[in-house]
Design a protein around this ligand. Sequence first.
Ligand SMILES: [Zn+2]
Length: 96
Amino acid sequence: MNSVQIQCTRCKTMFRDRAGRLQDGYSRQCPCCEVVLFFADDAQHPFIKRAMRSARQVRKELRAAEAARLAAPQEERAAPRSRSSISRARVQGRTE
Ligand SMILES: [Zn+2]
């Protein structure tokens, strides 16, 4: 999943956009009421803040997954044991 949920600040419609695009300075139109939403790191609106925060989180997870994939030795990638250790690490990360 590399898209994040965005809520329109005007009509409250929920829609999705790619996390890679949702960065400081990005703007896009609501598909419903066509208001232009501006995304900035210092945005004050809670809907925008939430979208920016989830986009950052998704990009971080994508980078971590990519780094893990590149770092993992060939034989460990296929082993089911390594998959369970990855999901354990993910659970620990969430509880912090
Ligand atoms: Zn709208």
